[in-house]
Design a protein around this ligand. Structure first.
Ligand SMILES: NC(=O)c1ccc[n+]([C@@H]2O[C@H](COP(=O)([O-])OP(=O)(O)OC[C@H]3O[C@@H](n4cnc5c(N)ncnc54)[C@H](OP(=O)(O)O)[C@@H]3O)[C@@H](O)[C@H]2O)c1
Length: 345
């Protein structure tokens, strides 16, 4: 089985934002082990963390230089002699954490995140162990499927993998219109939940788009008391799930229903953790860290059956323009996921 001996790749050399990225060519690929595959990357997507990493603001400090990005989709073009899970031509995505196959996140998987602990996917070819990939839904393009490993899986885990899954009639609060929140909207809608969303600016295009995605009410997270407004919008009962990407524990406490679940995901508001006094709410706080391979495969089936199409920002970037893609993602002006499309070499 023949495959290229070298690849082009971007590396992050310094914590100076996108200017710290450098494009390299003719980097030798390692030897193909018996359980390895060669993935030809067709598309890669950016998450909030990828810009955090370029500024050393991520939860764990990456060791430089590192190939950025965790999320991609591509085609397998060669397999090691013992590979059983895939064949040449399989359409796959890499998993965010290597070796988190099922069950709880373990320490070795926790420190094997692509694009930070280990070299990521912003390269044309990658050699990966067959265990570290999943087949992508046949209904999706490579650009769409490249958005799944982090943003989509985080939203899926938050809604369906806790002590009880989100059900028809539940009320779900999604905060802001970032990647995780848009996936959460789509999943919540598919299951028949009521969606309340927040955004930074009311009365504009984003509010309209959130409503088109199923939000019955859109509120401003710039309003100091938005948590009470969320509660009022549910007739005083509160929401059953909060997609907590902002670090707004004080507002979550007002918005959450008795025994609701708060998925602690991010800190876009700069507020850090979402911890608050839980004695009144009986709420369950779940720290989410994407999800396991098993959860990824469950999600992919749901995406296919429910015909969910990930939202890709209208501007798709070339591999050579990766720095500009990072700048665009940092601006927060995108609608959906920022994707880099790999043209053939
Ligand atoms: N724990 C995990 O497994 C995990 C996985 C993925 C992401 N994360 C974290 O979750 C957060 C969201 O990630 P993402 O990739 O979805 O981000 P993103 O796509 O970069 O989000 C951009 C959006 O954030 C919204 N935003 C800004 N400030 C906000 C605030 N104070 N409250 C609510 N929304 C606000 C804005 O929405 P509007 O334009 O509507 O104002 C903006 O469009 C980040 O902190 C990220 O690091 C964690």
């Amino acid at each position: 089985m023949s495959y290229p001996s070298t690849t082009s790749q971007w590396i992050l050399e310094s914590f100076t934002g996108p200017p710290g990225l450098r494009l390299q060519h003719d980097i030798p690929l390692p030897a193909l082990g018996p359980n390895d595959v060669v993935l030809k990357v067709r598309a890669a997507s950016l998450n909030s963390r990828d810009n955090q990493i370029t500024l050393n603001k991520y939860v764990s400090e990456p060791v430089l230089p590192v190939v950025p990005l965790s999320d991609c989709a591509g085609t397998i073009i060669a397999t090691g002699k013992s590979v059983k899970r895939f064949q040449v031509g399989s359409r796959c995505a890499a998993t965010f954490h290597r070796k988190w196959l099922f069950g709880r996140l373990t320490s070795p998987s926790q420190t094997s995140k692509l694009g930070s602990d280990e070299d990521g996917v912003l390269r044309r070819y990658i050699i990966l162990n067959e265990e570290d990939l999943v087949e992508i839904p046949s209904s999706l393009s490579f650009a769409e499927a490249s958005t799944l490993p982090c943003a989509a899986l985080t939203a899926w885990n938050a809604l369906f993998c806790g002590s009880r899954p989100c059900k028809p009639g539940d009320a779900v609060l999604v905060q802001g219109s970032g990647g995780v929140s848009l996936f959460a909207c789509q999943f919540a809608r598919a299951v028949g939940a009521t969606i309340i969303a927040t955004t930074g600016e009311l009365g504009g295009e984003r509010e309209e788009k959130l409503k088109a995605l199923g939000a019955s009410k859109v509120l401003s997270y710039r309003d100091k008391d938005w948590g009470s407004q969320v509660r009022a919008a549910t007739g005083g009962r509160g929401v059953d799930f909060i997609i907590e990407v902002s670090g707004s524990g004080d507002q979550d406490a007002k918005a959450i229903a008795l025994n609701g679940q708060i998925a602690v995901i991010g800190g876009l508001g700069g507020g850090g953790s979402a911890i608050f006094d839980m004695r009144v709410t009986m709420a369950e706080l779940r720290r989410i860290f994407t999800g396991s391979r098993e959860q990824f495969e469950d999600m992919n089936r749901a995406i296919e059956v429910n015909k969910i199409g990930p939202i890709v920002d209208s501007k798709v970037w070339r591999f050579e323009d990766a720095r500009e893609a990072f700048d665009h993602a940092a601006s927060g002006k995108m609608w959906g996921e920022v994707v880099i499309n790999m043209a053939d070499d």
